[in-house]
Ligand binder design. Structure first.
Ligand code: THU
Length: 134
């Protein structure tokens, strides 16, 4: 189920607010994510880098683990913002993590950090034939 335009704008705006809190002194590439639960709650995340680069946490996974650890599940949509010229789509690792907790049909919206059009897709389109045990 796609979101109505107003809700989509709200979710993108929440992702942009989260991106403003990104800790990214090494890449200078802020990313924000906002997950909408089916009961209407919004859980946000931003990328959090570390001097030991491999420990960096992506915005999407921060939002996801915040939600799951708070007992929230049943996700209706995800918005991601990042990039100045090109909109950042979720990385492969985040796609796999999302596939564990979200339905393949879940809408994913991604957009540049500021302005521009938002790309609308689904988790299944981003990660077809995901590895799942059940
Ligand atoms: N990043 C995310 O937060 N999400 C993604 O899906 C891709 C990459 C972050 C990680 C790193 O802090 C910065 O973007 C540059 O790669």
């Amino acid at each position: 189920m796609t979101l109505d335009a107003q809700m989509r704008r709200k979710l993108i705006a929440a992702a942009r607010e989260a991106a403003a809190r990104a800790y990214c002194p090494y890449s200078n590439y802020p990313v924000g994510a906002a997950l909408l639960t089916r009961d209407g709650r919004i859980v946000t995340g931003c990328n959090i880098e570390n001097v030991s680069f491999g420990l960096t946490l992506c915005a999407e996974r921060v939002a996801l683990v915040k939600a799951v650890s708070e007992g929230l599940c049943g996700f209706a949509a995800l918005a991601v913002v990042g990039g100045e010229q090109t909109a950042a789509a979720p990385c492969g690792a985040c796609r796999q993590m999302l596939a564990e907790f979200c339905t393949p049909e879940m809408p994913v919206y991604y957009a540049r950090l500021t302005g521009g059009r938002c790309v609308a897709t689904t988790l299944d389109a981003l990660l077809p034939r995901a590895f799942l045990k059940n």
